[in-house]
Each structure stands twice: as C-alpha cells, then as structure tokens.
Write a protein that binds this ligand. Structure first.
Ligand SMILES: [Fe+2]
Length: 332
C-alpha cells in the first residue's frame, strides 16, 4: 500500500505485525469479489449473540460483547501499562477538541507527549484524550487481542475464509468526561468496544457523499489531504448511537464518524481496526480514483464513484496495482 507509513493509525508496525504486513502485500494483486450479501448469522467468540456478517462494511450496527471484567482494561492496570509502553505508541491530547477539528493532525502532534502521568492522574477534570496504538505489544493485552482477532476472523471469513483479516491492530481510547474525538474516517473496518463510561457515537453510511464527498474520501484514503469539511447538515445525516459498557459498535470502512463522551465518568474504550480483501480492493480503487480525478479534470471527465459496483472497483484496483508495480520497476 502506497504511503502506508504515513497513516497516523499505522505509522509503525511493531515487529509482531510483520506477518500481517506480508499478508497485506501478497493479498493485494489478487483482489477478489465479494459474494452476494445474503444474511449470514454467525455466533463468534466474544459476541454472545449471533451477528449478521453480511452487514460488515455495509452499515453501522451495535452488538453486545463479552469482554467486561478484563483486568487489563481497568484504569489502575491501564495506568501501569501505559507508563511502560514505548512513548511513541501513546498520544496525549490535553485540550478540548470539537467535532470539526482535524483529528489526525491533533493525534499526530500529541505523539510521545511527556504529560501522560499527570493526564492519567487528572482525567476527570482535564478535558483530555489519550490514544494508544497497539497496546497488544504488552503481554497483559495479548489474551484479549487473541480473543478479538479470533472472533472478527470468524465474522470476516464469511467473505474470504482463506485470509479473512489483514493487519489487525488494537487502539485504546481513554477520555475525560465530555471530551470529543473529532469527525474522521478509518481506512479500515472497525469494531469499537466500550468498557467504562458512556458516549454518543455518530456514524455515517459508508459511501454517503453528502457527508464525505467522493473527492474528499479519495484524498483522505490516499493520504493526500486529511481535512474533512464538517457541518450540522452532515451531523443530521448520521446515525447516532448511545454507547455503554458491554456494547460493541461496528464502524464500516470509510464511514465518517465522531465521538462525544458522556458527562459522568472517564471513558475507556478499545477498537480493533483491520482490513479484508474487500476493503483492500476499495482502498486501491480509491487511490486510483484520486489520481484519475486529477488527470481527467482537463477533459471534464469525472471517474465513477467507488463502492457502487464491485466489478468496476476490482478493475480499478488491478489498474492501481499495475501502476504501482510499473513505478517500482522504473525506480530500480
Ligand atoms: Fe475512527
């Protein structure tokens, strides 16, 4: 994936992710089409009730999760874990953010902050947000990471049983009451799990161009421009979820979303982000469109949107792969 290292949420792959990085690279040229989205109810590990796997990356939805009571996710234990993690995996933002702020820029600037210990101590009153990249490098997170990975693999196997999940990574979010995670999209498929406190999460339909325009989505996924316009009208078009401990929320690939934490308690939540063969196809097609849009502008031609036709998206993905291969050959 071009420019992979610039992703604020995948800036550095810890060593244990080498194998998943390889599977991403090797999976890319052989993009597969998804089967028709017929209902596929699957009861997978951490989800006590069956989930319709055909809804993955089609629409946001809530489910129950069975991860409550995990000691590694209690604040006292988390404090110790965060203080021993490498500084470059912890991002501490110590000022109030709004839904319309630039999310990735704020997180990037907060990387390796020295204020972690005092922020953890003053979380109730400090309007802070702590984001932790890959807490699973700590042994205390390995059991929960493996459980989550097994469960999402079961769900995603509905579309690709051979390599259902690519690049699975955890992110932890520890937030003061009322703090906000600004509007953004994920270049991944996501499940968010709530452990403490409550929040409201607003999620758009994945390809709603009234919330994120096609050119903005393509530029964001291509790392060319991660600015996203925000407005009340966009907020009105999104689905608003009240999110409580014991609940999981699926956020589809490229669905715009933002989070407002509740007023009463510190919030502890964790997400797993991952790609699938299908989301990789979309990523490549979006990269293709971003470049094609610029090249075709003088001819007054606009590329067709991604996410509407799997055959067309697969063709664009293959063209993008061919372009990357040709460019790599030219450079050597
Ligand atoms: Fe996100």
């Amino acid at each position: 994936m071009e420019n992979q290292t610039r992703d604020v949420f995948m800036e550095e792959f810890p060593p244990q992710f080498a194998s998943t990085q390889r599977s991403l690279t090797s999976a890319s040229p052989g993009v597969q089409l998804s089967p028709a989205a017929t209902s596929q109810r699957i009861r997978a590990g951490i989800f006590p009730a069956a989930i319709d796997a055909s809804r993955l990356d089609e629409a946001p939805f809530k489910a129950r999760h069975g991860l409550m009571g995990c000691k590694a996710l209690e604040l006292e234990s988390l404090t110790q874990t965060l203080l021993r993690l490498p500084e470059n995996q912890v991002y501490t933002i110590n000022r109030p953010l709004n839904a319309g702020d630039h999310f990735e820029e704020n997180v990037r600037r907060a990387r390796g902050s020295k204020a972690l210990a005092s922020t953890l101590h003053n979380l109730m009153d400090s309007n802070s947000l702590i984001v932790v990249n890959s807490p699973e490098v700590d042994p205390s997170f390995q059991p929960i990471y493996q459980e989550i990975l097994a469960s999402i693999s079961e769900l995603a196997a509905f579309r690709d049983p051979r390599r259902p999940v690519l690049m699975p990574t955890l992110y932890l979010f520890i937030a003061s009451p009322n703090s906000v995670t600004p509007f953004h999209l994920d270049r991944y498929s996501t499940f968010l799990f709530q452990f403490r406190g409550s929040k409201k999460v607003a999620v758009a339909s994945p390809w709603d161009s009234q919330v994120i325009s096609d050119p903005d989505r393509e530029a964001y996924v291509s790392y060319a421009d991660t600015t996203l316009p925000w407005s009340d009208e966009r907020e009105r078009r999104m689905t608003h979820f009240n999110f409580h401990p014991g609940e999981a929320l699926h956020i589809p690939f490229v669905s715009g979303h933002y989070v407002k934490n509740g007023p009463d308690d510190i919030s502890i939540s964790m997400s797993v982000i991952f790609n699938t063969q299908r989301t990789m196809m979309w990523r490549q097609a979006l990269n293709f469109n971003h470049r094609a849009r610029r090249l075709l502008r003088p001819l007054n031609i606009t590329p067709s949107p991604v996410g509407q036709n799997a055959l067309r998206d697969a063709g664009k993905a293959r063209l993008w792969q061919a372009w990357l291969s040709a460019r790599a050959r030219a450079n050597f």
